[in-house]
Design a protein around this ligand. Structure first.
Ligand code: ANZ
Length: 967
């Protein structure tokens, strides 16, 4: 009987559904294992072969763990909110929900064909009210919480209110937007609005004034990567930096915990490093500088307090409030101009651009250590959102300060005597010996301030920093400060297709609609564009106001600000719905909680998370933050959501080319030329002509040979094409490029499944190379995997006679060894995600067993179970043919036995006076006497003796035999 993959796969996919094979419950008799894929955004283009790579890799692991006896949760769902559906809606009027539904349907069909072990009963869609109810709920919890720095956790905002009522801000150490201080009496004297405004500084979800990339033309805020050189990537419209009131999440409060948590998860070093850099912990000192002839003080942040004797000027960020306060009338016009110009530049441009620019404010600061007066400048290389937005500039030790000083001709004071200060010398100096601050200036300070002075001579940089920190603190010149680069997340988008905020506005302040009224469902709109007055798309909704008394949504035109209030018009960003989906999969139908305590305690967290590296600083930071917050609230029982993380590589496209001969005659020369058939020349002959390479659809090329008829039918202009062939074939050229529609190199998994079957597709995707590596899709090798499955099938069924061959025949030691060697390797390879080598091992083993005509039922059954994670359909079919009733998924993973792996023969090299002459095989338990005797008697020994005599025979066990001879 032949391997009929089409029938087998259809049959088992149907049975799996009928038997609920992949339905999983909280079975406490078993240990849990949670496998998760980063869920897809269902785009209109459907899946290409690159998409399932990670899903197959995790499916193999999930199936393996189940065979090992674990209760495995392997869910799937859709990140269903997103821009493409909305853009399409703007262009066509088609409701994004309709597009999304259609795309999901197509995704599901494609996924179903590949034979995944997903428990679809747990599917989630972020755009479903039942799901986003919990996104809104979490947001409200964040609104009603603040972060206590001492306890290092989120606490209910009521606790903060109690504290304020009792003692004002005294003794309060909480994460806040701005350091504030008030007394209990002052708090009580505030009206409701003022109190709400005050609390906004502490809430974990808060409305904050933040700088955003504002694109007036598109009517929305854009992310940094949607803007280049001051214009939007889409449309090329101007983008300016604008302060806007936006919902933000106080992610920065969790910076330290996000950093420390990385030590306890099993992620790649490079991913952890990326997150550490993103969080950007920096220990330094805040130092206060006085301003000459003014009461204003400038606080700067420095990581190099030891360089304070080398400060020659100060720089403020253009956005700093101090700029306006300090600029003298004389310099005002120029400063204003500069500040306005900065608004056009994104922070990213400012960081990457090394061009020097800046203006003098006319004001002077005073160095608290040396007492020297130094000019205060404004420049965009100082960022408003980092540190204090002001710096002390030390051109001799900092490259950007150096460039600035050189450009504006400001003094440069080297702190290492005799050191040459130039751009190249900075790195070399870092971390070596900090020789001394300039000795004169230390003496000067002593004289000026009457202080003991601060001598840093001969210290290392580290020691000098520590000493200066201590000095600065003791003299109340500043304080030790830890800064993080991690910013709060901007959480509002001016979009339609996202989660609505469960928020309404009263007297300009936001109020949460009651938890019992969640979810607040997304309203219908006539237009998906911003309104004529520049409000977000929800501004078009006619039914979008909150009746406070009735506790329900009502008509927008009923808004009277007395009983009926406007609802929030922004929606949540893409990362909202993906921040806690792994928790929802645990308990997807619970309408009382995001996840019940009991269920959460069973599944705990994700044991294996598989997805792309592109989420390193977005989703993987936000969801860790979100989970930590829920952990603080007692909802999630684990601090870290994703224990182990594997990043799958990208599958690149392998493009094919045909070569069109450039016409000798231009159309104007010859009226008929344009009717002339295009001529294409095969790869090997193309150098003889002038040709233009043209991408050709890889689906009409097989093994680099063009299907000429299909090519003619591909495009009308090629209907009458002519071909110059080699050996009767048209050979195409090829190149590895990104897999993309425009390069015609997109391979649809459906086609592969149709032609070779899902099991072949699964095997082949894994056989392409290590999971983490990027690699080109190359259909040329797929036949090999398909042949392997046929051969595997051939161990069970005789092709001609239809006989089912496994029987009770005894297995030979070789067969036992072959299978147990395989089991050992496959077990270890799966554990290390080294699937490609596991598959090679299968190929070797199946060859050996075929040659040996192995029919031992038991050995073959072991093989079927071991192959099941990789090729589940064929495994099910053979498992049932072997007489088993249930699914192969419920079999037991075969354990290898070392005893079959013991080598019973060894091969030794026989040498004469150190020169290896021949190899000889011995029983592995042969004694030295037996070996020596057999070497002496071997006829080859006589030949190599060349008439000499044996002095002695030295045996190095398991390695070599040396025959010492003498003439
Ligand atoms: C003096 C100094 C001397 C500095 C020296 C560095 C080297 P990290 O490590 O990233 O925290 N800085 C502080 N606030 C800044 C801002 N808002 N925009 C741009 N630069 C800022 O870097 C801290 C250092 O970056 C600080 O230490 C400050 O320059 C600068 F040899 O102060 B330093």
């Amino acid at each position: 009987m032949e391997y009929n993959f089409r029938e087998i796969e259809k049959k088992w996919q149907k049975r799996w559904v009928e038997m609920n094979t992949y339905r999983v419950t909280e079975d406490k008799s078993k240990e849990k294992y949670y496998v998760l894929n980063m869920f897809p955004y269902p785009s209109g283009a459907g899946l290409h072969v690159g998409h399932p790579l990670g899903y197959i890799a995790s499916d193999i692991y999930a199936r393996y763990k189940r065979l090992e006896g674990f209760n495995v949760l392997n869910p799937m769902g859709y990140d269903a909110y997103g821009l493409p559906a909305e853009q399409y809606a703007i262009q066509t009027g088609q409701h994004p929900a309709v597009t999304t539904e259609a795309n999901i349907k197509r995704y599901r069909e494609q996924l179903d064909k590949i034979g995944f072990s997903f428990d679809w009963s747990r599917e989630v869609r972020t755009s479903e009210p039942d799901y986003y109810k919990w996104t809104q709920w979490a947001f409200q919890k964040m609104f009603n919480a603040y972060y206590d720095n001492r306890e290092q956790k989120a606490l209910p905002i009521d606790q903060l209110i109690k504290h304020l009522e009792k003692q004002g801000t005294e003794g309060l150490d909480a994460a806040c937007s701005e350091e504030l201080s008030l007394s209990a009496a002052e708090w009580k004297a505030m009206n409701e609005k003022a109190q709400q405004q005050f609390l906004m500084n502490y809430r974990i979800a808060y409305l904050g004034e933040t700088m955003v990339n504002w694109c007036a033309e598109l009517g929305t805020v854009l992310a940094n990567d949607e803007v280049v050189e001051g214009v939007s990537i889409r449309g090329g419209y101007p983008v300016v930096q604008k302060k806007m009131r936006q919902w933000c999440l106080r992610v920065s409060a969790y910076a330290q915990r996000l950093l420390e948590g990385l030590d306890n998860v099993d992620w790649t070093d490079s991913l952890k490093e990326t997150q550490r850099n993103w969080i950007g912990r920096s220990e330094g000192t805040e130092v206060e500088f006085a301003v000459k002839d003014s009461d204003v003080k400038i606080t700067i942040f420095t990581t190099r307090a030891d360089t304070m004797f080398g400060v020659t000027f100060m720089v403020l960020a253009p956005e700093s409030e101090l700029v306006e306060q300090l600029t003298t009338p004389e310099y005002k016009a120029e400063v204003d101009k500069y500040v306005a110009a900065t608004k056009k530049r994104t922070e990213r441009d400012r960081i990457s651009d090394r061009k020097v620019s800046g203006v003098f404010t006319g004001a002077y600061g005073v160095n608290p250590l040396s007492g020297e007066t130094i000019p205060i400048w404004v420049s965009d290389y100082v960022l408003a959102g980092y540190g204090t937005g002001a710096i002390m500039a030390v051109p001799a030790h900092d490259s950007r300060d150096y460039a600035f000083a050189r450009h504006f001709n400001l003094p440069i004071i080297p702190l290492i005597e005799g050191a040459d200060v130039s751009e190249e010398s900075f790195d070399a100096k870092e971390g070596i010996v900090m020789n001394s601050p300039k000795v004169d200036s230390t003496t000067d300070t002593k004289q000026k301030n009457g202080e003991t002075g601060l001598v840093l001579n001969g210290l290392t940089v580290k020691e000098a920093i520590a000493k200066t920190k201590e000095y600065v603190t003791r003299h109340h010149l500043g304080r030790v400060k830890v800064n993080y680069r991690l910013r709060d997340a901007i959480f509002s988008r001016q979009r339609y297709w996202g989660e609505p905020f469960p928020v309404y506005y009263k007297d300009g302040m936001p109020y949460m609609i009651s938890e019992a009224c969640l979810p607040l469902t997304l309203p219908e709109v006539d237009e998906y564009k911003p309104t004529a007055t520049g409000e977000p798309p929800l501004g078009n909704a006619k039914y979008w106001a909150w009746d406070e008394e009735k506790q329900q949504v009502t008509d927008t035109d009923k808004i009277d600000h007395i009983r009926v209030f406007p609802l929030e018009l922004n929606t949540m960003p893409g990362f909202a719905g993906s921040s806690a989906y792994y928790l929802r999969y645990m308990d997807p139908h619970n309408n009382k909680a995001l996840v019940s305590k009991e269920v959460d305690e069973y599944w705990q967290n994700v044991d294996l998370y598989v997805g792309g590296t592109e989420h390193a600083t977005g989703h993987l930071i936000y969801s860790r933050f979100w989970n930590k917050f829920l952990f603080d609230c007692g909802v999630s029982c684990k601090e870290e959501p994703f224990q182990k993380l594997v990043n799958q590589g990208m599958i690149q496209g392998r493009s094919n080319f045909v070569y069109r001969i450039v016409s000798q005659n231009s159309p104007s020369d010859n009226e008929n030329t344009k009717h002339t058939a295009p001529v294409f020349v095969s790869l090997g002959l193309k150098d003889k002509y002038e040709v233009t390479p043209i991408h050709v659809d890889v689906n009409i090329v097989h093994g680099d040979v063009l299907d000429i008829e299909a090519f003619k039918a591909w495009r009308s202009e090629y209907n009458n094409a002519e071909f110059i062939l080699e050996d009767g074939k048209y050979i195409c050229g090829w190149a590895v490029e990104k897999m993309s529609k425009s390069m015609y190199n997109v391979v649809n998994p459906d086609r592969i499944v149709e032609n070779y079957g899902a099991d072949t597709l699964r095997l082949y995707e894994m056989f392409l190379g290590p999971v983490e590596q990027s690699k080109p899709w190359d259909t040329n090798g797929i036949d090999g995997c398909h042949r392997f499955l046929k051969k595997f099938w051939g161990l069970f069924y005789n092709n001609r006679t239809d006989e089912f061959m496994p029987n009770d025949a005894e297995a030979t030691p070789e067969q036992l060894k072959s299978v147990h060697k395989l089991l050992k390797k496959v077990t270890s390879d799966i554990q290390h995600f080294s699937y490609n080598t596991a598959i090679s091992a299968f190929m070797i083993c199946v060859n050996e067993l075929s040659q040996a005509r192995c029919t031992n039922r038991h050995l073959l059954a072991n093989l079927v179970v071991a192959l099941a994670p990789f090729a589940p359909h064929i495994a099910e079919e053979l498992w049932s043919a072997l007489g088993n009733n249930g699914s192969v998924c419920d079999a037991k993973w075969p354990v290898y036995d070392e005893k079959y792996l013991v080598e019973n023969e060894i091969q030794l090299a026989i040498s004469f006076n150190g020169k290896v002459r021949y190899q000889k095989i011995f029983a592995s338990d042969a004694t030295n006497d037996v070996i020596e005797k057999s070497v002496r008697e071997d006829e080859r020994t006589e030949k190599y003796l060349e008439g000499m005599t044996i002095v002695k025979v030295i045996i190095v066990p398991k390695k070599i035999v040396n025959v010492v001879v003498k003439g």
